[in-house]
Structures are given as structure tokens and as C-alpha cells.
Write a protein that binds this ligand. Structure first.
Ligand code: ATP
Ligand code: MG
Length: 393
């Protein structure tokens, strides 16, 4: 069967009532963005509270479904027939033909659910249900009616045109990106942070990202890996501006001045500070990290508290209660896993101490950071001012 149109059913509406149109407009916008990358020409539109996608000419069905399945806010994708000729006898033929093509195996139970949104239409919905049902039973005697738990729920909606559909393909759920502000993702080359970005984007938040790079200790390949990950997350979130910050001088300075077992915590505190400043300059309202309690020494509750202390913005840690395997499962589902496991060095692993503190004492950390007073402000300034922005789409 060749479908030229799709009815898009949306998920949860966080912004109910007056603001509902904002949600719908954002969803249409994101659908258009997603379909730009698919070969063919498409129309996405909103009509009396419903969202439709129309293919204008040839297109690849699987590609369209795949693209729509990455648009947050979509609950269901329903491929449908749109019929302009509303003549009732003609519709009976169309319905039978639809069933014939959509379901090669006729051993199923069904129910017809008609709606007469066009109140001028001469046939009432009850009668449509009965007549279409009869036609289907007559044409395919193997089928049966089941009004309680049908295998196939056939919808026939009489509006300006007639919509016929029965297939419901699940979308990703969530909220359309752009309906809930913007946040800055601390994106490393690991497994966790791309998943964290995906999860926050799923709630409608636009994503910017920052990567701390330490050349020559970390290579261009390590940086390319982060760009690749940002591109993969962008398939769901829309384009991500990735700020690449040269962190080498800051790391070396901390390494020179501070106790080595505190290196990771102090470095992470500077990452958060810098990320927050770049976020603020770009209208970001929050930070996102891939941290999960207890995963490594720098993610014990005490370490998280020590890292968090430097931030004024809320820090979203969507993976905080997840086990590693649960995070891996999501990264495989969203397609970032294979890139994440490529073996490139990470700036945190190079300067890592043999025995990092697992219960950092804030007073001691403050004392160590005082040893940085002479140069750190200038180094942070330079790192921010020389950050490179890479557009990941
Ligand atoms: P990931 O798999 O996301 O790298 P991880 O388990 O390796 O996480 P850490 O290295 O402790 O954990 O990093 C914790 C979080 O800090 C990461 O999830 C990420 O959000 C951020 N982060 C770590 N290193 C960097 C970096 N070089 N650039 C940007 N953010 C980073
Ligand atoms: Mg990491």
C-alpha cells in the first residue's frame, strides 16, 4: 500500500490550555526539520488541532518513519489514506480496498470506528460503522467483528476530506525540542553524556554542548569522536553548537599546584564553572552531565556535592540513578554506543591520580584552590575566549 499522508498523534502536552499552540507549532517545526534530511518533498501542517504530514510525490516510506520516530513529542504515527471524493458508495469500495492491501492475511478481528466531523455529511457515524463493517465481512469472510478487543481498529473520519487509517506506529514520546528552554551539555567521548543529552532533549530542552579538550595530551581523533557523538544526538535534538574549550593549560596548572589525589575534583569544578559561563553567554538555563552515583570516585555523593558547589545554575543529571547497563541499553538504542566505545584518550583519564579522593573535604579543596589564585582567572578567561564553536547537525 502506498501512503501519501500521515496523521501525527502527539504525546503528553505539558503546556496545556492557552499555550497548547506553542507545543503544536514547535512539533510542526521539528517535523519539518527532521524531514528536510529525507529525500522527497513533504508538507507538515496543523489543522484544527491535528498534525498531518503529506508526501508530495515519491519518497521512501521507511526513511520517513525512521525520521519521524526521532521527533520528540510524537506519540503515534498513523499512515493514512486521504480521500477527496466523499460519495458513500465510493467510500465503501475504498475501505474494502484499504483493508485488502493493508492486511494480506485476513484472519483478524476488527471494529470500524467512524467519525462525522463534517456535520453536513448525510450518513451518520453509526450507520457508517455498520455499512463499512458489512462490506468488509462480505469481501473477506475470514474476518470477524470484535467490538471489545479488535485486532484492527479501522478509523474512518469524514472531514473536509476522508481520512482512513488503522496502523499506529509508536513515536519516541517526550516533548518537542524548543518548548522548554536551553541547557548546556558537558559532552565527553564516553557512553554516559550523550545519553544524558538525549534524555533532556526528550523533555523539550534545546541542547548546546561543551567539550574540554587537552591537546597534545588528547588527539584530534578524540575531538572528532565527540563531534560524531554530538551529531548523533543532534538527530534527535536538532543541531547542536559544540563549544570546544582548550583545557590543557588549566589542567597543567592544577597538576603543578594541587595535591594529585584532588586533581579530578578540582578539574571537574573548573569544567562546571566554565560550562556555566558559556551557557550563560548563550542563554542557557541549566547544565547537563552524564554523572551517575557511585560510578567512579568523582561521582560519589560527596564528590558530586563538591563539584556542584561551584554552580549557580541547576545541574541536570538524568542518569543519576541508573546502572551502567541501563545507560548502555539506551546508548545502543539511540546509536551512540559504537562511537562511545572507540578507544581514544579522555582529558580526565590522562591526569588521573592513582588514588583519587572519594570523599573530598570541601575545606581542603578550597585550600588547594587558593594555590591557583595567581593565574587561574586569566587561564579561565583565555580558555573561554579561545573556545572554538563547531556546528553539529
Ligand atoms: P562519560 O561516559 O559521559 O564520559 P564518565 O563515566 O566517563 O562519563 P566522568 O569522566 O567522571 O564520567 O565524567 C562525568 C561527566 O562529566 C560526564 O558525563 C560529562 O558530562 C562530563 N565530562 C567529563 N569529561 C568531560 C570532557 N572532557 N568534556 C566535557 N564534559 C566532560
Ligand atoms: Mg568520561
Amino acid at each position: 500500500m502506498e501512503y501519501q499522508s500521515f496523521l501525527i498523534k502527539y504525546a503528553e502536552i505539558g503546556t496545556k490550555g492557552k499555550n497548547r499552540y506553542l507545543f503544536e507549532d514547535a512539533l510542526v517545526h521539528q517535523i519539518k526539520n527532521a524531514l528536510k534530511k529525507v529525500e522527497g518533498s513533504f508538507l507538515a501542517s496543523k489543522e484544527s488541532g491535528r498534525i498531518y504530514v503529506q508526501a508530495l510525490g515519491q519518497y521512501d516510506y521507511d526513511e520517513v518513519i525512521e525520521a519521524l520516530q526521532r521527533v520528540f513529542g510524537i506519540a503515534w504515527i498513523c499512515p493514512m489514506l486521504q480521500i477527496e471524493d466523499k460519495d458513500f458508495d465510493h467510500l465503501k469500495h475504498v475501505v474494502v480496498d484499504y483493508v485488502n492491501q493493508a492486511y494480506p492475511d485476513k484472519h483478524f478481528t476488527f471494529k470500524v470506528d467512524s467519525r462525522r466531523a463534517d456535520k453536513q455529511y448525510p450518513v451518520h457515524s453509526e450507520q457508517m460503522n455498520r455499512d463499512f463493517g458489512e462490506e468488509i465481512l462480505k469481501a473477506f469472510p475470514e474476518t470477524r467483528v470484535d467490538v471489545h478487543q479488535p485486532d484492527v481498529l479501522l478509523k474512518v473520519e469524514v472531514r473536509k476530506v476522508v481520512n482512513i487509517y488503522s496502523l499506529m506506529i509508536p513515536g519516541p514520546g517526550g516533548m518537542p525540542v524548543g518548548t522548554n528552554g536551553k541547557a548546556m551539555l558537558l559532552l565527553s567521548g564516553g557512553i554516559d553524556s550523550p545519553v544524558a543529552g538525549y534524555m533532556i532533549a526528550k523533555r523539550g530542552v534545546k541542547i548546546d554542548a561543551v567539550y574540554f579538550h587537552a591537546p597534545p595530551y588528547t588527539s584530534d581523533r578524540a575531538k572528532q569522536k565527540v563531534v560524531d557523538l554530538a551529531r548523533q544526538v543532534a538527530k534527535f535534538s536538532g543541531p547542536i553548537p559544540l563549544h570546544v574549550v582548550n583545557f590543557t593549560d588549566i589542567q597543567l596548572y592544577i597538576y603543578e599546584q594541587c595535591p594529585h589525589e584532588e586533581l579530578t575534583i578540582i578539574m571537574r569544578r573548573y569544567m562546571m564553572k566554565i560550562a556555566e559561563e558559556i551557557a550563560r553567554a548563550n542563554d542557557g538555563l541549566a547544565l547537563i552531565t552524564g554523572e551517575s552515583i557511585g560510578q567512579v570516585a568523582s561521582q560519589t555523593v560527596k564528590s558530586l556535592a563538591a563539584t556542584n558547589e561551584v554552580c549557580k545554575m541547576p545541574v541536570f543529571r538524568p542518569l543519576i540513578g541508573f546502572d551502567k547497563q541501563e545507560i548502555v541499553d539506551i546508548s545502543q538504542k539511540i546509536g551512540t554506543f559504537d562511537t562511545s566505545i572507540q578507544p581514544f584518550e579522555d582529558c580526565c583519564t590522562i591526569f588521573v591520580a592513582k588514588h583519587p579522593v572519594i570523599k573530598p573535604d570541601l575545606e581542603r579543596i578550597h585550600k588547594s584552590e587558593r594555590k591557583l589564585e595567581e593565574k587561574i582567572a586569566q587561564l579561565v578567561r583565555t580558555a573561554i575566549d579561545t573556545a572554538e564553536m563547531i556546528w553539529c547537525d
